[in-house]
Structure formats: C-alpha cells, structure tokens
Write a protein of this length. Structure first.
Length: 293
C-alpha cells in the first residue's frame, strides 16, 4: 500500500490496542472514546481485508494477521517518536541522561530533587553507564563522565569540577593494616594514587570487586582500604563512616557533562545550568581534605 494511502489514525489505534491489550487503555492514551478506537480498528480491518482481532468484546485476542502486523507498527511509531524527540526543542518532557553508576548514586541522585522542584515538567530518565559516549548510537541527551581533555570527537564537554581521590577505610589503622581493595571498573586506581603520592600500596593480597560501589561498601564494612574519589565518599567521610588517612590528591581527571556539538536544546540547557550550580556549590561547600604531612 502506498504511503499516501496509509490509514494512519487507524494504524495508530490498532497499535495502541495491541500494545496495551485493552481498548479502554488505548482510548485513554489517544484521548478519544472507546467507540472511536473500535471504529478505527474495524476500518483498518476493512482496508486490509483481514480480521485483526477475534473473540468476545471483553475477551478478544489478536489474530494471526494482527500478531504479524503489530511488531512492525510498534517499531515504526517508536521511530517516529524518537525522530520527533531529536528535533523538538521544548522546555518540558523527558531528558535522557547517561551517568557513571557510582557517581549517580553517591552525588547526582541525592541532589536531583532540587532540579525536579525547579522544573517539574522535565522528566530526567537516568541510565547507568561508564562506556564511551556515542550520542548517535545511544540517543542520550546528555552524559556525565570522568576523564581528561581531549574528549572524544562528536561531543562538547562542559567541565564540572576536578577529581580528587585518596585511600579510605572504616577506621584509622593506617595503610599497612588493611588489604587494598580494587574494582574492575577502575583497576589502576591504586597505581595512579601511588604514582602521585609517592607512597606504596597496603600490604597483603588485593581484593577485587566487580563494581566500584561494591568496593566502597566493602571499605565501609571494614574489609580493607579503597581508593575513593571525593564526590563518591564525601558523605561517608563527613559522617565518620569512612576516614581518609592520607587526605585527597588531584587525580588529573575532571568530571564533565557531555552533550552533542552545537547549541543544546532548551531542556538540556536548563539541566546544564542547574548542574553547574550544583558543581559550584559542591566545590565551595565541601572542599576535599588535603594530604596529611
């Protein structure tokens, strides 16, 4: 069937019915009556010459033709929705954000209520990831990563603050009294810190954890000493759950918000403005303790 003759309203009605499983729910989503949805589905069946639904009104199911048609329609409408979202410049709606997992849990999420209170019509949809950003592939509006210049091609970097890191443990027994904890997501953290500080890592075999968050929880539980970035451990250090026997050093990395090149859309610009405010407040209110002499 030629594109110019496609019954788009009927196709949209059938896709909603098939996806949601009830005409009442489809009617609510499309902001029409139950009868209007039913008429559109019947019209589509007449155009196609095949039944799409069968069975009693309150216990219907998709026919073989309906099951064959539905996946293609879902993909098509999702593609249309995504294409529109890519070019729409509205100060409301969803904002898809990719963020390093532990940073999201320890720093970003505890502050997000202030953004939502200021902009209740922007829905922040957060995904955890630390892999290189590819906006064309992943479809995110914005990403938060830790790294250094030059940043990858195809992104614009908006620096937030420099990273400081240092050993953290549950008690001040010193580096010689607790095994070193490592994570697979940042396996060279101890080597990086030792190179900058001139110190040696703790004695004993290292204990490795799959995720950075698990490693920090192990340190809090007294299982060893971890290298912790200040934004990830600031609350634990300030509360006394962790101590930092050597303070914190600048790692040479920066936390940054990454966006597509060019002028950000309004939702992204509003989030960036808020993020910079939070970063400035964090740097001002919670400076990392320096190295002990």
């Amino acid at each position: 069937m030629k594109r110019s003759r496609l019954p788009l309203n009927a196709l949209r009605a059938f896709e909603a019915v098939g996806r949601l499983g009830r005409m009442t729910l489809a009617a609510e989503e499309l902001h029409v009556t139950h009868g209007a949805v039913s008429r559109q589905v019947r019209h589509l069946e007449e155009v196609l010459g095949v039944p799409l639904l069968e069975g009693p009104r309150n216990d219907w199911h998709l026919t073989e033709a309906g099951r064959a048609l539905l996946p293609g329609l879902r993909t098509a409408f999702e593609g249309i929705e995504g294409a529109v979202a890519q070019v729409a410049d509205s100060p409301t709606g969803p904002l898809d954000l990719s963020c390093i997992g532990t940073f999201a849990m320890r720093w970003l999420i505890p502050r997000l209520h202030r953004f939502q209170g200021r902009y209740p019509d922007i829905e922040v949809r957060l995904a955890s990831s630390d892999r290189p950003v590819d906006f064309a592939r992943d479809g995110f509006d914005l990403a938060i990563r830790v790294g250094r210049s030059p940043w990858p091609q195809g992104v614009t970097a908006h620096p937030l603050f420099p990273e400081h890191f240092g050993p953290v443990q549950a008690s001040g027994r010193g580096l010689s009294g607790a095994p070193p904890l490592r994570s697979r997501t940042r396996p060279g953290a101890w080597e990086d810190w030792c190179a900058l500080s001139g110190e040696k890592p703790p004695d004993g075999p290292p204990v490795e954890y799959e995720h950075f968050f698990f490693m920090l929880e192990a340190a809090t539980g007294g299982l060893g000493t971890a290298i912790g970035p200040w934004p990830h451990v600031v609350d634990d250090v300030r509360s006394g759950r962790l101590v930092a026997p050597r303070g914190f050093l600048a790692s040479g990395l920066d936390y940054a918000a990454l966006t597509r090149p060019g002028k950000p859309r309004r939702r992204v610009a509003l989030f960036l403005e808020w993020l910079r405010e939070e970063a400035e407040r964090f740097v001002s209110d919670f400076p990392p303790p320096g190295c002990d002499p």
